[in-house]
Design a protein around this ligand. Sequence first.
Ligand SMILES: Cc1cc2nc3c(=O)[nH]c(=O)nc-3n(C[C@H](O)[C@H](O)[C@H](O)COP(=O)(O)OP(=O)(O)OC[C@H]3O[C@@H](n4cnc5c(N)ncnc54)[C@H](O)[C@@H]3O)c2cc1C
Length: 383
Amino acid sequence: MVYTLEDELKKVLYGEEKVKTFKDLKEEVIETGKCGSCLGCVTFCSAGQLNALTVREDTPDFLDEDKCLECGICYLICPNINLLDSIQRKQMGWIPPIGTYIYLSSSRSENDKVRALATDGGVVTSLLHHMLDHHIIDGALVSKGLNPFSREPFFATTFEDLLSATGFGAHVSGGMKELERYSTYPRTLVGLRSSVPSDMTRIAVVGTPCQINTIRKMQLLKIIPAHIIKYTIGLFCIGTFSFYGKKRESLEETTGIPLQEIAKMNIKEDLRITTKDGETHRIPLEKLERFLRPPCRYCTDFSNEFADISVGGLGSPDGYTTVLLREPSFKKIYDNAIREGYLAERDIKNAGNIIRKIIDLTEYKKKKSQAYDGEADETNSEE
Ligand SMILES: Cc1cc2nc3c(=O)[nH]c(=O)nc-3n(C[C@H](O)[C@H](O)[C@H](O)COP(=O)(O)OP(=O)(O)OC[C@H]3O[C@@H](n4cnc5c(N)ncnc54)[C@H](O)[C@@H]3O)c2cc1C
């Protein structure tokens, strides 16, 4: 008999061991400070109608434990639980150390408006623009700056929508008050339920590695509405940061830059802060560790290994985006976007160097995760 991935999945789901539930998730992830508050567990809870779960101060919790159906979905889709990882890797033909990829490029948008607002080369925005124009997707779940310092999930169906969500969103031009709750992590998974209209059948999602990872798990388990996600665009990610409370002052101390002087921020192999006088300051990642959101300390995926296409600034000069194409069907879309002038590539002199940089940051994340694993909980506060 041939042993299939389906069999392996059944073994995980219905194996000898008792199904793990939200109770276990609380003990293993939430109470150990590893919860990233993506709220996937609450959003996709099978007992959602029964209000089994709730959110208390950004943290998932039982509202009524007796109403829990003990299906185990919350446990399996949590980005901090790796029960499905090996099946997921086999299904996607994952290979170490940075996952499968079929093509590498350094590209940029050919649209001036996009380039003016983009984090790097505006590839994400112009690729999605091309996909909307050609009706390859009905819309894209991106994240939009609510104010200069916080982002929320946003479903874009037009070029103007996309443009309004372009960029990293850390442009520090408004009042400092918003920084009180500044975090670079938006609730994209919640947006799948709250922002995407129910009649959509083909969407793309832009997200960090943890978000794309959860989407892959939902697709594996056939959890609605994962079936409408036809394309995933994954951002490289060294981690997401929060600058709550006292950390704001520490950020000024660490960087030596008054917050009101910051005009733009970007992350590549370090944090780049452009001040209003046009100067760019580079802050090593090691100095930023204390601002990392607690769950990001344990994440080992830098290059978004399960996305259809992964993008980041690392390895490209300013104004360009490094692109790792992983899913063959996406290559056609990308090629058409180049042919039709939505995107342009520059010549890459040394592709090996770019891959080396991506591997180096992947290893950096792995080492960091090992160092944090098992550390005391007092380091896990966002405040
Ligand atoms: C939290 C975070 C950490 C990152 N860390 C690194 C890194 O260490 N090294 C590196 O090389 N690149 C990193 N990136 C990726 C990089 O900043 C760019 O997003 C990427 O190069 C794409 O640039 P672009 O100009 O092509 O995208 P654009 O055309 O500017 O589009 C960016 C897209 O990303 C979405 N977006 C913006 N912020 C977020 C967010 N917080 N969460 C989810 N979606 C968002 C926007 O809605 C938009 O659709 C990180 C991105 C984020 C959001």
